[in-house]
Design a protein around this ligand. Structure first.
Ligand code: NAP
Length: 221
């Protein structure tokens, strides 16, 4: 798949590198310094390249949006049209201090974003997974007891594409339904931040949704 990464930081840089390792053609874009993007591409290996936001979007089958909420206007202006693209967003609608959600209850960041991108197929995922755990999950992808990854969106084809990538990354995709479910996923993202950075759990944790019988069945294998 051709993947454009808009925001090559902790989430975008890591997910982009792992997807490059999986054989995808990944264009890393949007950082304050191009050398950082170039270092990322060298580390990611063949299949990765550096581009501008518009280059990252131009040829992409799927675009990963991984910027701070307050940078969205800027990155979308630089990217140009995302019409016809599947857009995977891991963005939580956080204030400048990363302390509070700016949107919630009767709306979500993902729905707000979808209204700005009416011709794209938006899927929300990774809102509640700390970047620090992504590589370990990937390295343990042969383990049958995989962590879950909740996703939501209104387009079945786009969700299928994202679920495929989630599986490649070592998670078990859990389709939580339409995009409006992001109203609950984004507060869960806040909880994940509390667990990661305000308790002694540390950031290397992931969650698993399981029926109890299935959980025991996998654990016994
Ligand atoms: N970090 C997590 O564990 C986590 C987990 C779940 C969801 N999220 C969500 O994922 C999104 C990305 O988070 P993150 O932690 O990956 O952020 P991050 O590490 O700060 O990365 C953001 C990227 O945007 C770039 N950027 C910021 N301002 C820019 C500007 N003015 N011009 C050009 N590029 C600019 C950064 O460039 P530089 O590289 O130059 O800084 C970086 O590449 C956020 O919406 C967050 O809520 C994060």
């Amino acid at each position: 798949m051709r993947i454009g990464i808009l925001g090559a930081g902790r989430m975008g840089g890591t997910l982009g590198s792992l997807l490059t390792a999986q054989g995808h053609q990944v264009t890393f874009a949007y950082a304050r310094n191009r050398e950082k993007l170039e270092r990322l591409v060298v580390a990611a290996g063949p299949g990765g390249r550096v581009g501008t936001p518009s280059e990252a979007v131009a040829e992409a089958d799927l675009v990963l949006l991984a910027v701070h909420w307050l940078q969205l206007d800027d990155v979308l202006a630089q990217a140009g049209s995302l019409a016809g693209r599947t857009v995977l967003s891991c963005c939580n609608p956080l204030d400048a201090d990363d302390r509070e959600l700016l949107i919630g209850h009767f709306d979500s960041g993902a729905e707000n974003l979808a209204r700005r991108l009416p011709d794209s197929r938006l899927v929300a995922a990774f809102q509640a997974t700390p970047s620090e755990v992504l590589r370990s999950v990937y390295d343990n992808r042969a383990d049958p007891l995989r962590p879950s990854q909740l996703l939501c969106g209104d387009d079945a084809t786009a969700k299928g594409q994202v679920a495929g990538l989630i599986t490649e990354l070592g998670f078990e995709p859990v389709d939580a339904g339409p995009l409006r479910v992001a109203r609950y996923l984004e507060p869960f993202g806040m909880l994940s931040g509390v667990l990661a950075y305000e308790t002694d759990h540390g950031p290397e944790w992931a969650y698993r949704c399981a029926r109890l019988d299935r959980l025991f069945e996998v654990a016994r294998r």
